[in-house]
Design a protein around this ligand. Sequence first.
Ligand code: G6P
Length: 611
Amino acid sequence: MCGIVGAIRANHNVVDFLTDGLERLEYRGYDSSGIAVSIDGKIKRVRRVGRVALMAQAAKEKNLFGRIGIGHTRWATHGGVTEPNAHPHISGGTVAVVHNGIIENFESERQRLQKIGYVFESQTDTEVIAHSVNHEYLQTGDLFTAVQAACKRFHGAFAIAVVAQDNTENMVVARMGCPLLVAFGEDETFIASDVSAVIAFTRHIAYLEDGDIALLSTKGIEKLIDKDGQVAERKVKISELSLASLELGPYSHFMQKEIHEQPRAIADTAEVFLEGGFEPENFGSNAREVFDDIHSIKILACGTSYYSALTAKYWLESIAKIPTDVEIASEYRYRDVIADPKQMVITISQSGETLDTMEALKYAKSLGHKHSLSICNVMESALPRESELVLYTRAGAEIGVASTKAFTTQLVVLFGLTVTLGKMRGHVSEEQEQHYTEELRQLPGSIQHVLNLEPQITIWAQKFASKQSALFLGRGIHYPIALEGALKLKEITYIHAEAYPAGELKHGPLALVDENMPVVVIAPNDMLLDKVKANMQEVGARGGELFVFTDLDSNFTEDEGVHVIRTPRHVGVLSPIVHTIPVQLLAYHAALARGTDVDKPRNLAKSVTVE
Ligand code: G6P
């Protein structure tokens, strides 16, 4: 969602960094953007609704220049998508602020500030930060203490960056619940909400912690105080994120690139288990004791990550024989829960900063769940930091809003966890372990074979492009893959798509089936295949057109109204991972045919940092 950048540069124009950084944050989802610089005793600002490129062009036309500045991509929450609501927000011409997150008590703060005489120009919660900091600044003349005093008033999760009209040397930043990092160049200091914004300029970064307030100059962090008001230091790390993972290369879209990167991403992620074995230590040095201390699992996640959790439930219960509950994080966090200290809470999140998942984890911990594990793709993000154990997926940066390689690599980690727990609990023999190792080793090759089916899937996608709705069916462990297929299609093509367990067909969705309703079936050769075939007959009898993804040995024949694409070989328990690829490709090519914005679908964001 919203993104923050900022810089103080001794020898360069900050505008170049600000616009480049914001373009790199575009993938997170936004609807307006803006930048502000402090120069010659003035704050100069450019804001635009729409793409960053429009705003960057306007900045160029205005010859915007400065050595210190901040920038923002906004995804509207409080107030519509308008220029006055776009950040940075300026108060009294004195201070400019960019902000991620939400100030929950903004209404009472707004009233307080209005009484003092501040006039609000936007409908945002952020404007209260600008006026509040300004009010303090006018009294103390010190930007750091002004931000410190203002932050004490705010409830909610936020990351902010502030510059002042009369100070071209320093910027003040604060973090409370939303990610923010400081990056160090030569005679220049950058800030960003996401490492991808700065990586083209420097790899030296320090992540701020919740409650931190920092004063920055071109030399780096001049002063930092933590949540207790104590002076603190934050470790500087060298980011390993590759710049190539942020560039399109020969591809037309990031989603296409990321679909095709899956053999590599899966191999990199599987390496943890192929090199290190199915050992608890892969999840943390104390994971053996933790895994010994649990008798069940609760997985909390949102969106695509929730579907990886649903898939894992089948593995965890059938292979590791460990009772597993899966729940949507935004639901869990608001209901009365019977907590169980021996139930490990797993959070799954590509970004590691989805607010609902984070709050659900905090809630679970507050209720007495003793153990937690995070499966995440972004190093040092909020969820792993809040968890006892962590295993990172090695998908590399995922830029397309619709998650692809993050999902399949999550599945690899969850499968590794299953075998690890199964071994520890005596349900996976040495022979089975070897078998699973071999399956995992062959998985990238199997995925590559499915990618080679792209031309056939593209032909199918043309048919979907003109449809209003589509139905996805699956059974057992392939039901979550049907859900993921429907989600991908609706996210990027805006075609209404629903998924059902095929056995539920006659309890409702069959009423929708006619010749205009394409029905996608995920039907590999497993114990439920005959059941799925019977369900398909029910569709065929009502004139529905079937599009079946199956594997080589499942004995399907093409017929009038039945189209079949076969994945090259049956891959046993890892079949859900392999069958994800065709539904991703189907959605991608249908979106291309419809001409939608594949990487930045309307109204959606990559990182959902608000409720
Ligand atoms: C957003 C993204 C999805 C993602 C979901 C959960 O909706 O567009 O791609 O699956 O958030 O995000 P997370 O980062 O927690 O996996």
